[in-house]
Design a protein around this ligand. Structure first.
Ligand SMILES: NC(=O)c1ccc[n+]([C@@H]2O[C@H](COP(=O)([O-])OP(=O)(O)OC[C@H]3O[C@@H](n4cnc5c(N)ncnc54)[C@H](OP(=O)(O)O)[C@@H]3O)[C@@H](O)[C@H]2O)c1
Length: 333
């Protein structure tokens, strides 16, 4: 890779989460430029941040080429990713730039997986799901290593802080999938999935079966043949706005709301012999965690730490990546 290509390009920078990602990159004084499809929002943001900017639509190959000229790593924060991931990944392959996004959509993980060989040939790392899934994937790998032959993992995500408008828009790409699990190494639909109790370190809670991304990402990092995922929602005191009118929703939780609660993740790994390991992650609430996580991964890349091809956060960096995320810890039980 050309040595002058040493910057992060943040596409979708003016979105709710994109702005948090920019703030974190700025806080760490990392070299970055920003981009998005609308000059009305990108230009003032670039001025505020004191960085260069690029305005182009996601399907504009020439726009990507110019914007990626000085970049070694893209952070795509423009979701729903069903509309942007393919273009962003192709741009990274064409321009020899490592790819990160903060997608929570299973289809984009599968797209990245399908581009493994092309990414290897291009000498780039392709990660989809480098937001909240960084600590999630590190937790699964960590817990799996606590047993001899991991056979099954059940993971639960306790979200705090409500959702951004962008997340609500993207949620149909998750909710519409039904309940998916990995069983004996294959992704399967489950008709009669049951709720499950998880201990998050501060009491037990009932969680709903929900396909989250570990069935692709944590399969990549651990190879555990049986993976089930669950979700538990903790809303801020104000509750959730009426989701019927998405455009009337606020951009996302404000700084005070984000600081008022924590994300908890729990993983239970069962050994082939029936032994169990149980670990929990305690981390900042969702959107803060996402921005801290994706910038931590980009920072590793800027330091030359990457593996080519399709990767998950933990397959690329091992569980140590969680130590790069401030105020985020694994607790063993
Ligand atoms: N898993 C995680 O860790 C995690 C955490 C947070 C967010 N997310 C995901 O991140 C995404 C963004 O969330 P958000 O809250 O930041 O949403 P948002 O405030 O609506 O921002 C979305 C940004 O993407 C841009 N965009 C959307 N569609 C585009 C397209 N087709 N072409 C070019 N740009 C496009 C928007 O540009 P305009 O302003 O021009 O429309 C905006 O800048 C969502 O999909 C959300 O689910 C995932």
């Amino acid at each position: 890779m050309n040595s002058s290509k040493n910057k992060i390009l943040i596409y979708g920078a003016a979105g709710y989460t994109g702005r948090l990602v920019c703030e974190r990159a700025k806080e760490l004084e990392l070299p970055f430029e920003i981009a998005g499809r609308s000059g009305d929002t990108i230009e003032p943001l670039a001025k505020e941040l004191g960085v260069a900017y690029h305005t182009f639509g996601v399907d504009d190959a020439a726009g990507w080429k110019a914007a990626l000229q000085n970049a070694s790593c893209l952070i795509n924060a423009a979701g729903p990713f069903e509309n942007t991931a393919e273009y962003a990944m192709k741009a990274c392959l064409d321009n020899g730039v490592h790819h990160l996004d903060i997608s929570a959509e299973l289809a984009t993980y599968q797209l990245a997986e399908s581009l493994d060989e092309q990414a290897k040939q291009a000498g780039i790392m392709l990660i989809s799901g480098a937001g909240m899934f960084v600590s999630y994937d590190a937790l699964v790998l960590h817990t799996a290593r606590r047993v001899k032959t991991p056979h099954k993992v059940s993971v639960a995500f306790r979200h705090y802080g409500g959702f951004s408008r962008g997340s609500v828009k993207s949620s149909r790409n998750i909710a519409g999938l039904g309940i998916l699990v990995r069983k004996d190494g294959k992704i399967k639909q489950v008709a009669d999935a049951q709720t499950k109790l998880f201990y998050f370190g501060d009491g037990e809670e009932e969680c709903l079966p929900t396909p989250l991304g570990g069935i692709i990402l944590s399969y990549k990092s651990t190879g555990i043949p049986n993976i089930e995922e669950y979700f538990q929602l903790k809303l801020p005191a104000s509750g959730m706005a009426d989701l019927a009118d998405i455009d009337a929703l606020p951009d996302g939780p404000n700084a005070e709301e984000r600081a008022a609660g924590r994300t908890r993740l729990a993983a239970e790994v069962t050994d082939e012999d029936g032994g169990k390991a149980y670990s929990v992650v305690d981390a900042p609430s969702g959107y803060t965690l996402t921005s801290l996580s994706v910038v931590a991964v980009a920072h590793r890349i800027l330091r030359g730490d990457f593996k080519t091809g399709f990767q998950s956060p933990a397959s690329a960096f091992g569980e140590s990546i969680i130590r790069d995320i401030p105020d985020t810890n694994i607790i063993d039980f």
